[in-house]
Design a protein around this ligand. Structure first.
Ligand SMILES: NC(=O)c1ccc[n+]([C@@H]2O[C@H](COP(=O)([O-])OP(=O)(O)OC[C@H]3O[C@@H](n4cnc5c(N)ncnc54)[C@H](O)[C@@H]3O)[C@@H](O)[C@H]2O)c1
Length: 303
């Protein structure tokens, strides 16, 4: 049995924590002793309006259960204000959970710039602004945990979600590089692709499944990733309904051609099966291992 996970004297920011998954994360962090900044603008699922009561209610719930929390009503696009709120209220910051999000679903031929831009702004720019403002504190104190919220719609694609999928997989790209940059300062960065029954998925998931996909079933993973027990970084985890698993890249060993003599599109066509053959595939974990087969091909044809 692992040691109990406690966040004694640790400060956690959860963005978009006024409802859905973020609320469940905030409640569980507080239950484990964290001081929580409950951030939420309180807008609609499509990113309109604002309402302070969403965050305030969650703070009241945490306090009623004996926990510590403050509300923050800034947009994640004003990330430095949220980080400042953590510093002013609790004197520090240890964990950032980037969770705030909206939807502007439309098939691509109907996509308008405003839908594309707003989804980018909340998910990508918002997560960037909050994390960027927290980053120097985490680096300086040689401790930090950052969690980004991706989506299976980004990993696999989903009809009507080109803007959302772009933003969500973009956050995994951000996770990969921040994991590399943060590692030496003990700032560990991971991403989740959750599924939960929230207002965002209401009507999209069949009602009986929706009921079973309680947001609370996602939070234990998030709290673990936010704890000092977690020593992994750069991971992507699908999670929901009481199940979770890790995602990794897989790339075929591919086909090599002679770079000096050159090769034609027909040569590519002739090797198409081999290019897509995943027998004995590689699972590159960094740029160096990703380039290994290419470098081997250059070496094979050198001289
Ligand atoms: N529910 C799912 O199945 C699912 C699947 C994949 C990814 N996600 C992601 O999980 C996260 C949480 O989603 P949810 O399902 O709990 O939806 P939700 O709508 O219940 O929660 C999102 C919260 O973010 C807040 N928010 C929106 N814009 C904000 C901004 N600019 N600043 C601060 N707060 C803002 C909203 O007010 C809301 O409370 C989102 O990033 C979402 O994209 C959810």
């Amino acid at each position: 049995m692992s040691d109990a996970i406690r966040f004694q004297d640790q400060v956690v920011i959860v963005t978009g924590a006024g409802g859905g998954l973020g609320r469940a994360h905030a409640l569980l962090f507080a239950k484990h002793g964290a001081k929580v900044v409950v951030n939420d603008l309180g807008g609609s699922t499509n990113g309109e309006g604002a309402n302070a009561s969403a965050a305030d209610k969650v703070v009241a719930e945490i306090r009623a259960a004996g926990g510590e929390a403050v509300a923050n009503h800034d947009s994640v696009t004003d990330g430095s204000k949220i980080v400042q709120c953590a510093l002013d209220s609790f004197g520090g910051i240890d964990v950032v959970v980037n969770n705030a999000g909206i939807l502007r679903d439309k098939s691509f031929h109907k996509m308008e710039d405003a839908d594309w831009d707003l989804v980018y702004k909340v998910h990508v720019e918002g997560a960037y602004k909050v994390t960027r403002a927290a980053w120097e504190h985490l680096r300086e104190q040689q401790y930090g945990r950052v969690i980004f919220t991706a989506s299976t719609s980004g990993i696999y694609g989903n009809f009507g979600q080109s803007n959302y999928g772009m933003a969500k997989l973009g956050l995994y790209g951000l996770t990969r590089t921040l994991a590399i940059e943060g590692r030496k300062n003990n700032v560990l960065v991971n991403a989740i692709a959750p599924t939960g029954g929230t207002r965002m998925t209401e009507g999209l998931i069949p009602p009986q499944v929706f009921e079973q996909l309680k947001p609370e079933l996602v939070s234990p993973l998030v709290v673990y990733l936010g704890s000092n027990q977690c020593q992994d970084t750069g991971g992507l985890y699908e999670v929901g309904g009481g199940w979770m698993g890790k995602v990794r890249w897989e790339r075929s060993l591919g086909a090599g051609f002679d770079p000096k003599t050159g090769f034609s599109p027909e040569d590519v066509a002739d090797s198409w099966k081999q290019i897509g053959d995943f027998e004995g595939a590689a699972h590159p974990d960094d740029n160096v291992t990703a380039l290994r087969e290419m470098m081997a091909n250059l070496q094979k044809h050198a001289g």
